[in-house]
Ligand binder design. Structure first.
Ligand SMILES: Cc1ncc(COP(=O)(O)O)c(C=O)c1O
Length: 383
């Protein structure tokens, strides 16, 4: 339709003018290197923090399940898609998270999109860290609850919001991240958990970038030694540190039961393939038995941050804010010229005026990869 295409062209032109237009690029490769048209880059853009996405143990587990169970699950979990691998994976994830139960969803995004509206609705209050990931915002908006953004990691602001508003609402959900995806910093979990407990609010921590990386692999809530009472909802993803695909929440048994009755992204969506579930299980076993792999991404990120004079990272992510969109794009191209793939992150992913380069580190990076990156970064960012 002409009006539809005009609409699309107009929206794209607006993005182009603001240097915010996105384009897809095709890459091949695995481990920490990618290639395209005969060129090769060290990949400092991915979230494969433990280098597991091409680990032979994950591949073997996936191949075996693929042969036994086929490509697709064929139905949603509540119909016939709930193959036995789910039971085992959910038990493994609950053990990792230190919770009574866990529920696996189709992705991390789908976890928040289904979970948040299953727990909050009209008459409830959601307090959300302003920098929380898009999928928490989507879940919050979809829920129909009153949504109040809170300045990033500001415990006093969370407290003030609870003091002023908590009594006017039936339930309150507080949303934050364990390790913030674009800032690489940790949230003040212990203080937020104390507040939540004092005001009868439910704290949901999305630890997509902490799972497998912080707390000896068990994530940021375990690192902070917080109980299931203090943090009853621990969201994670199978697709970053764990190298597979899917999302999950660690929670109580009764909340896990509620989820299969109320979380629409689980109820009304086809189950994950058995091969992916098997790969995720293999990854959890590796996290539990290979502490040096678990520690390596944070150690490499810290080495880089020290060399560049950046604040110490909480995990494997180091942002360097260059403010405007074009500066970020220019810097990313300069890194690419030198053989390093680093993404320029621009609004609306990050707030206006905070465009940045986001460096992410993996156990699969060699020491030479990181030394080379430091050398180039010093020349490009501190000429
Ligand atoms: C904090 C956070 N939550 C959830 C997600 C989505 O996870 P997935 O990629 O598994 O959909 C992301 C992905 O970037 C994230 O950063």
């Amino acid at each position: 339709m002409r009006s539809l295409d005009e609409f699309a062209r107009d929206k794209l032109a607006t993005r182009e003018r603001a240097s915010r237009r996105r384009r897809l690029t095709h890459f091949a490769g695995h481990d920490a290197h990618i290639h395209r048209h005969g060129r090769r880059w060290a990949n400092f853009a991915a979230n494969d923090y433990l280098g597991l996405r091409s680990d032979p143990r994950l591949i073997r587990a996936a191949e075996a399940a693929l042969r036994d169970e086929g490509c697709g699950a064929g139905a949603s979990r509540l119909i016939t898609g709930n193959h036995p691998g789910y039971l085992e994976l959910e038990a493994d994830l609950a053990a990792l998270e230190g919770t009574d139960a866990a529920r696996v969803f189709g992705s991390g995004y789908l976890t928040n999109l289904g979970l948040i509206p299953a727990l909050a609705g009209d008459g409830d209050l959601i307090l959300i860290d302003r920098l929380a990931h898009a999928c928490m915002w989507s879940g919050a908006r979809l829920s129909g609850a009153t949504v109040r953004p809170v300045p990033h990691n500001d415990v006093d602001a969370f407290e003030a919001a609870l003091r002023e508003s908590r009594d006017q609402f039936r339930h309150c959900l507080m949303l934050t991240e364990g390790v913030f995806s674009m800032d690489g910093d940790a949230s003040p979990l212990a203080a937020l958990a104390d507040l939540a407990t004092a005001r009868d609010a439910w704290l949901l921590v999305d630890d997509a970038h902490g799972t497998g990386v912080t707390g000896d692999g068990a994530g940021s809530v375990q690192a902070a030694r917080l109980s299931s009472e203090a943090v009853p909802l621990r969201v994670g993803t199978l697709s970053k540190g764990l190298g597979a695909y899917g999302g999950f929440v660690g929670c109580s048994q009764v909340v896990a039961e509620l989820i299969i009755n109320r979380a629409r992204t689980l109820v009304y969506s086809t189950a994950l393939p058995a091969s992916i579930v098997a790969a995720a299980r293999a990854a959890v076993a590796i996290v539990r038995t290979e502490p040096s792999r678990v520690r390596r991404p944070t150690a490499l990120a810290t080495r880089f941050a020290n060399a560049l004079g950046c604040p110490p990272p909480a995990a494997a992510i180091v942002p360097v804010v260059v403010h405007d969109e074009q500066a970020a794009l220019r810097a990313a191209s300069a890194f690419a010229e030198h053989g390093f793939w680093v993404p320029a992150i621009r609004p609306p992913t990050v707030p206006d005026g905070t465009s940045r380069l986001r460096f992410s580190f993996s156990a699969a990076h060699t020491d030479d990869d990181v030394e080379g990156l430091i050398d180039v970064a010093q020349r490009i960012l501190h000429p």
